[in-house]
Design a protein around this ligand. Structure first.
Ligand SMILES: [Zn+2]
Length: 184
């Protein structure tokens, strides 16, 4: 009999969306990087719209509760919090579910500041936080043409999880266990 875990799909897709309003006098953080700008993103925690969308995509891929359920904006504990905390929790849940991240693709939509000059830096930083190579993180920045959304930042994220190899805790030795008969 195959173990129940073996019935899990080999890959799972995740999708995340987030938006925040620009407000004067607070720092602008996108993808964990502080960008020079006269306004930042208000709302939940540090307002890092990209990390929030990635977090929700990770959680969604394993059908876990979403970021708002795990870290309620009504809880003062999360006011101004570093969004990396949310990302780490989502990654932990992905690992506990037996998956690892294959790749991420994100679209950022905002009128200003221009993301292009910092895009490589943001990608590298996000990849490090996620524990994947930089070429496994796609990042496109677009302006909100025709959307009348000059005072908002929006992020859409899709990502793919793949089943993690078994027996990672035993650092090798146990991975040689023979398979019996049945094709997998
Ligand atoms: Zn958010």
């Amino acid at each position: 009999m195959p173990k129940t875990n073996d019935l899990r799909p080999n890959t799972r897709i995740g999708y995340g969306f987030d938006s925040h309003e620009f407000r004067p006098g607070i720092p602008l953080k996108i993808g964990g990087i502080t960008l020079p700008h006269d306004k930042g993103l208000g709302g939940h925690s540090d307002g890092d719209v990209l990390l929030h969308a990635i977090t929700d995509a990770l959680l969604g891929a394993i059908a876990a509760p979403d970021i708002g359920a795990l870290f309620p904006p009504s809880d003062p504990k999360w006011k101004g919090a570093d969004s990396v905390i949310f990302l780490r929790e989502a990654l932990k849940r992905v690992r506990d579910a037996g998956y690892r991240l294959a790749n991420v693709d994100a679209s950022l939509i905002l009128a200003a500041p221009k993301i292009g000059p910092r895009a490589a830096e943001i990608r590298t930083h996000v990849a490090e936080m996620l524990g994947v190579a930089a070429d496994c993180v796609g990042l496109k920045a677009k302006t909100p043409e025709g959307l009348n959304l000059e005072n908002a930042a929006i992020a859409h994220v899709v990502l793919l999880l793949e089943k993690a190899p078994r027996a990672t805790k035993a650092a090798g030795k146990r991975t040689t266990k023979k398979k019996r008969g049945r094709a997998v």
